[in-house]
Design a protein around this ligand. Structure first.
Ligand SMILES: [Zn+2]
Ligand SMILES: [Zn+2]
Length: 489
């Protein structure tokens, strides 16, 4: 049977009654659990039960409440992110408060199968638990980059990808993680937006960055042929891969190869809590610039709370096609220049442009920015008369337009205070990734499928948002202690 949608009040009453029954007046001794109790008490997850109704049949015994299943998964991540689901159920048996806060009576806990059924059949109803088929051509190890950086995609890759996506921009390609994003956006992100925790949701500043996720020490695969038995090695026949969406990539911070995913994350850059917005798992070898393009198009199609006004990216994303893509989406790119080029750019006049986008006068001097002419939509540059490059009374002038070169002449000039103020928030994406990997032990998941990794990532993201709700309203929330336990007064 379909699960009954229980209101959050019903859940709260259940928790009160169960705490009374199992802890009585000694609930006051649960001091170290108060933050967890308050987070569960306040976070209304009943939306998941309503959302997943269609995934359950009308027949058979009534299903476990999806809100409680999800809440239990969050309590697991809040308290014991390093263990597996089986060990988590044992942990709930030993620690009744974890069961109660999940929404379960401690003597009536769901089994491991129920947890997997909830994720595999309801949250991710696709037959395939990965994005790519398990049967693949054998792949070579990825290349090591130069200067400790991940190898750049081949020239033209980003341009071709952007061109392809621009032709297909109107086509919405559903992704198996969409139900999770839908729940996340409507029940978690929107709450954070109302609390003012993600900046202005109607004009978001988004920071994007990728981070390695190690899933296994070696890439495991089985042959589909018997070449090896016949003494033929290194053949190119298909193999069956246990983790088809993963491959080998270069981890520049640990300076080693790894097997797994490249997790590309969008973060609310103006969020004081560095709150995550949109996750995407890519193969380990994928470069930030390629991942960004896919994420930008997907997020643009899915984010319904407003629009993305600014995108803050590091120099690995400094490719002309990315500026054009974001500009077409109505998003202003804030991207650091990748100073690979040392030579000036010719303009067809006697003025050259430095690799940083500053006009150079015929005498080889950097021209000075002289304000923005809004009516003409162009920036004015000048050289003083003392330079001698011009006989004009006010010296030599030159104009640059963003539309001529978005990369070199961004709407907000890179040397302005406005740029510095906006761009310094880019590191919020690094803090988000660090929090997910260190505090919530993302890589301890030991999962094999993209489905389970996606579930874990969204679970951790939800925890990060609920943590921020608590941190930003601690005083008010702490007043609720007396409602939950009158003896706590
Ligand atoms: Zn073979
Ligand atoms: Zn000059």
């Amino acid at each position: 049977m379909k699960p009954t949608v229980r209101s959050h009040d019903t859940y709260q009453n259940f928790v009160l009654q169960q705490l009374q029954e199992h802890y009585g007046r000694s609930i006051i001794h649960l001091n170290q659990d108060w933050p967890l109790i308050l987070k569960c008490w306040q976070a209304d997850l009943s939306g998941i039960t309503a959302q997943l109704q269609d995934q359950y049949s009308d027949q058979g015994p009534e299903a476990r409440d999806p809100a409680s299943m999800l809440r239990s998964y969050l309590v697991f991540l809040f308290t014991n992110p390093g263990i597996g689901i089986t060990a988590w159920i044992d942990e709930m048996k030993r620690t009744p408060i974890y069961a109660i806060l999940s929404g379960f009576s401690p003597d009536d806990l769901p089994g491991v199968g129920t947890f997997y059924d909830f994720i595999e059949q309801r949250i991710w109803p696709e037959v395939d638990k990965n994005m790519k088929p398990k049967k693949q051509k054998p792949k070579k190890k990825g290349n090591k980059g130069t200067n400790g950086q991940k190898p750049k995609p081949k020239p033209g890759t980003v341009e071709r990808l952007v061109q392809w996506l621009e032709r297909h921009m109107d086509i919405f390609k559903p992704l198996p993680g969409d139900p999770l994003f839908q729940f996340f956006e409507q029940n978690i992100l929107s709450v954070s937006a109302d609390l003012g925790l993600i900046g202005d949701p109607n004009a978001l500043s988004v920071a994007g960055d990728g981070t390695p996720v190690v899933t296994q020490a070696y890439r495991r695969s089985k042959p589909t042929c018997d070449c090896r038995a016949n003494g033929i090695y290194g053949c190119s026949h298909h193999r069956i891969y246990s983790q088809p969406d993963c491959n080998s990539g270069w981890d520049s911070s640990r300076e080693t190869y790894f097997n797994g995913y490249h997790l590309y994350m969008f973060t609310a850059a103006d969020s004081p809590h560095d709150l995550p917005l949109y996750p995407r798992l890519q193969p380990a070898s994928r470069h930030d610039s390629v991942s960004l393009v896919a994420s930008a198009v997907e997020f643009n199609q899915r984010y319904t709370l407003g629009s993305v006004d600014r995108m803050l990216l590091d120099a690995a994303h400094d490719a002309g096609a990315i500026y054009e893509l974001l500009d077409k989406q109505g998003t202003e790119p804030f991207i650091d220049l990748n100073k690979r080029s040392k030579t000036n750019i010719e303009t067809g006049s006697d003025i050259q442009i430095s690799p940083e986008g500053i006009p150079i006068c015929p005498n080889g001097k950097k021209m000075k920015s002289n304000g923005f002419d809004k009516s003409q939509n162009r920036r004015k540059w000048r050289c003083t008369r003392s330079c001698g490059c011009s006989d004009a009374t006010y010296g030599r002038t030159y104009h640059t337009k963003s539309s001529d070169n978005l990369r070199l002449f961004p709407k907000t000039p890179r040397d302005s205070q406005a740029w510095k103020d906006i761009y310094k928030r880019r590191t919020s994406s690094e803090r988000t990734n660090k929090r997910e990997k260190k505090d919530y032990q993302l890589e301890a998941g030991r999962h094999r499928s993209t489905m389970m990794w996606t579930m874990r990532i969204y679970g951790i993201m939800i925890c990060q948002h609920i943590d921020a709700w608590y941190e930003s309203q601690k005083d008010d929330w702490n007043k609720l202690k007396t409602t939950i336990c009158p003896a706590a007064a």
